[in-house]
Write a protein that binds this ligand. Sequence first.
Ligand code: CYC
Length: 161
Amino acid sequence: MQDAITAVINSSDVQGKYLDTAAMDKLKGYFQTGELRVRAATSISANASAIVKDAVAKSLLYSESTRPGGNMYTTRRYAACIRDMDYFLRYATYAMLAGDPSILDERVLNGLKETYNSLGVPIGNTVNSIQAMKEVTAALVGPDAGKEMGVYFDYISSGLS
Ligand SMILES: CCC1=C(C)/C(=C/C2=NC(=C\c3[nH]c(/C=C4\NC(=O)[C@H](C)[C@H]4CC)c(C)c3CCC(=O)O)/C(CCC(=O)O)=C2C)NC1=O
């Protein structure tokens, strides 16, 4: 796992240089938004189950997933879907705190598309549910933090597509 600080330091180290102005500006931007990130993460963790529930109502209820024979039909599969959404929300929050998406590649996306395809989990509906969480989260944390979280929800969505 990498974060905004190690990313900048690693790329300077590869060139054997101190941080240049562009690298310093990247760090400054990250430090200046530190308070915003921590506040957003606090409010997301306090409201995680409500975020998932609202996103399900917005995107999956009455979709082909919840119909008889659909991929979320039966309590076990419905619960597996809710659990997956909670994973996406929690890991997107970690990535937003780190200011870097690498944790998503390593712990969420690695092999996920193949797993979903082999189990018949519909990718389109999954992406819709992630996009719904993006909207619900932005409404909760406000536009600036919402935009930052949006980067990582979009990262998961495109990693699945
Ligand atoms: C922390 C990283 C991590 C992720 C991301 C993860 C996902 C994950 N989701 C799974 C299943 C599943 N995922 C879903 C999800 C859905 N079905 C739908 O129609 C909806 C669109 C969608 C919810 C948004 C369902 C229904 C299953 C169970 C499928 C089955 O067993 O038939 C499975 C197969 C094993 C299991 O059932 O637990 C994995 C590995 N596991 C992990 O450890």
